[in-house]
Design a protein around this ligand. Structure first.
Ligand SMILES: [Fe+2]
Length: 309
């Protein structure tokens, strides 16, 4: 049970990224999983949602994959108000068993993947600053609910996420079996890096061949929640787009605060699912023990989260 209570805060005080007293308090208390204090959203937060949703909608119609478009329809999101996670879950849960689960921010890697395995999606509930619609110092509710959650209404995609969560279990078991602490640290670090890169180049920034139109569409949530980058990812001649290759993805560094110059294309969600199977196999065979250096950095808390699992 959470110690941070909605009633202790002024209604409408705001749930703005980096400026939300409710979230600061929850973080101070070390509470990862929280309630969504809906009355605290400010008018400005709702207005930001409205603006983001309305400018994104025509872009989704042009560049999002069909499963996402169906998902947006199935979730019945209100274009004019920050969504209540409770309402989102009423539509989402019967479709795939997934639920959006409100969190106070960063979740250690293992716990994050474990949530996916249990069909919970750790969901940020703050809203980006109104005057910086395109700047995201950390994920917000628009990224998580409008970018990620529509994909979770699709059965094949949902199964892939669960399968990915299972890989984290495998990784934790492999890590715990290594006796030498230094070797253990190095290998677990490498496996988490490989998993994070896989997640980044698929779930966050993945592109997909659209068989019916012969075009490329986006299924990655980082693209689907970014007004500027969605079109750029699909149209710009400056982006390199390659058929996905696992050995490349797990060894490829990335930077988070720039439009992605390199993206990978899958043929469909069955294809993506088979890649997750392969990722796990490679993990077991030791093929992820020495991936290339570079971003993302894996923190001590992430490594511990696997070893303490
Ligand atoms: Fe994300």
């Amino acid at each position: 049970m959470s110690n941070v209570v909605e009633a202790d805060f002024t209604p409408g005080i705001g749930m703005t990224t980096t400026q939300a007293p409710f979230i600061e308090k929850a973080r101070e208390n070390g509470e990862l999983y929280i309630e969504q204090p809906y009355s605290l959203y400010s008018e400005e937060n709702h207005e930001t949602w409205r603006q983001l949703y309305h400018r994104m909608h025509p872009q989704w119609e042009k560049y999002a994959n069909e499963h996402f478009l169906k998902g947006i329809e199935n979730l019945c999101l209100d274009p004019n108000k920050v969504p209540k996670l409770e309402d989102v879950n009423k539509f989402l849960n019967p479709l795939t068993g997934f639920r959006a689960k409100p969190v106070s921010g960063y979740i250690p890697a293992f716990q994050f993947f474990e949530c996916l395995r249990n069909r919970d999606f750790p969901t940020t509930i703050t809203m980006r600053m109104a005057e910086k619609l395109d700047y995201l110092p950390e994920p917000d509710i628009f990224h998580d609910i409008a970018g990620h959650v529509p994909m979770h209404t699709d059965k094949a995609f949902a199964e892939t996420l669960v399968r990915f969560g299972e890989c984290a279990h495998t990784a934790a078991m492999i890590g715990k079996d290594i006796k030498d602490k230094e070797v253990q640290n190095r290998k677990v670090n490498s496996i988490i890096k490989a998993m994070a890169r896989f997640f980044w180049f698929t779930i966050e920034f993945g592109l997909m061949n659209d068989q019916s139109t012969g075009s490329i569409k986006a299924y990655g949530s980082g693209l689907l929640s970014s007004y500027g980058e969605l079109e750029y990812a699909i149209k710009s001649p400056d982006v390199q787009r390659y058929p996905v290759q696992l050995e490349w993805v797990v060894n490829q560094y990335f930077e988070i605060d720039t439009y992605q110059p390199l993206l990978f294309v899958v043929d469909g969600f069955d294809h993506l699912f088979s890649l997750v199977d392969e990722l796990e196999l490679w993990m077991k065979e030791g093929k992820l023990d020495n991936v290339a250096f570079g971003e993302p950095a894996v923190g001590g808390a992430d490594i511990r989260s696997f070893l303490d699992a």
